[in-house]
Ligand binder design. Structure first.
Ligand SMILES: Cc1cc2nc3c(=O)[nH]c(=O)nc-3n(C[C@H](O)[C@H](O)[C@H](O)COP(=O)(O)OP(=O)(O)OC[C@H]3O[C@@H](n4cnc5c(N)ncnc54)[C@H](O)[C@@H]3O)c2cc1C
Ligand code: FES
Length: 279
């Protein structure tokens, strides 16, 4: 029997089963609920609040396969106090989880259409669940294109998975880096440059974009130039959060709360706000 979920403000204890060191500053945690009570199934693009006991709580997207309830998977880049404390956790340590929260990527609307997924840096983490979904439901989608940009070859996230996906005949995977090394023979330059090379029908495409805000703006502009309507472009926004349930106002973004109206927004809905700094 499924136990009723506790208060959305009360973290559930999850135990770390595995830690994958992905690239120097980024790691993936695989988590299992400690006492049988688990958060509900998640939709692609949703996030959880991860609580490092005694340090604090941060929003992190769920980057695992939405068809699998266990383990719960999160990939985090260590940038500050809480994410660095999280990086120091080891298998068998306990972490608090609240969620899942927020809106999801439009995987249902994308059925029967071509799909362009464009990610920059850690922005691939919130989109990996979409990749898993498309690959498990390949017949429901038209062309599938993944465009990924990293700072350097050493910063390429999920490298083995990208190589595996690139080897598939029904998927186009293009990767670029900002700064090449001597041994890099791939593309150099920003991710937006890959859009011209990708093969998709702009009149029948849904695009999902995640990365730094400037990358999302330029990517949307380039997609629009190729003929993709702005309402068919979706982006995932990051804002500082506290409650994650629409109560505290910390994540307010114009008339929207990123925690409950987002993080995934139709680009046309938030285009005018994208260059504004958070409050
Ligand atoms: C919906 C959502 C999903 C996210 N998913 C992921 C994910 O899958 N993986 C991941 O690595 N990160 C993700 N983030 C960003 C992550 O929450 C921040 O990196 C984290 O809160 C930083 O906390 P800190 O205490 O480690 O850093 P701090 O010490 O608070 O700050 C370090 C630096 O990060 C900036 N920062 C702090 N909090 C945020 C924030 N919430 N958003 C953007 N910048 C911030 C600060 O301005 C500062 O420059 C997500 C954020 C949101 C809102
Ligand atoms: S985080 Fe409190 S309203 Fe969004």
């Amino acid at each position: 029997m499924t136990a009723p979920l506790p208060d959305p403000m009360l973290p559930i204890r999850y135990r770390i089963q595995r830690v994958h060191r992905e690239i120097p500053d980024t790691f993936t945690l695989e988590l299992e609920p400690e006492e049988g009570v688990a958060i509900s199934q998640f939709a692609t693009g949703q996030f959880n609040m991860l609580y490092v006991f005694g340090v604090g709580e941060i929003p992190i997207s769920i980057s695992g396969d939405p068809a699998k309830r266990k383990p719960l998977v999160h990939t985090t880049r260590a940038v500050g106090t809480i994410s660095k404390a999280m990086r120091d956790l080891k298998p068998n340590d306990v972490i608090g989880i609240r969620g899942p929260f927020g809106s999801s990527w439009p995987i249902k609307q994308a059925e029967g259409k071509d799909v362009v997924i464009a990610a920059g840096g850690i922005g691939l983490a919130p989109l990996r669940s979409v990749m898993y979904h498309i690959l498990s439901n390949r017949e429901k989608y038209g062309k599938a294109v993944l465009l990924y940009g990293a700072r350097s070859p050493a910063d390429i996230l999920y490298r083995r998975e990208l190589e595996h996906w690139r080897a598939q005949f029904d998927l186009e995977v293009l990767v670029t880096v900002d700064r090449a090394t001597d041994s890099w023979r791939g593309s150099v330059g920003v991710v937006t440059r890959l859009i011209r090379r990708a093969s998709f029908d702009p009149n029948n495409t849904i695009a999902m974009v995640c990365g730094p805000e400037i990358m999302m703006r330029f990517t949307a502009a380039e997609l629009e130039k190729r003929g993709v309507a702005l309402e068919n472009i979706y982006v995932s926004m990051e804002r500082n959060m506290k409650c994650a349930i629409g109560m505290c106002g910390h994540c307010q973004y114009g008339p929207n709360f990123v925690c409950k109206d987002g993080p995934v927004f139709q680009y046309s809905q938030i285009q005018g706000l994208l260059s504004k700094r958070e409050v």
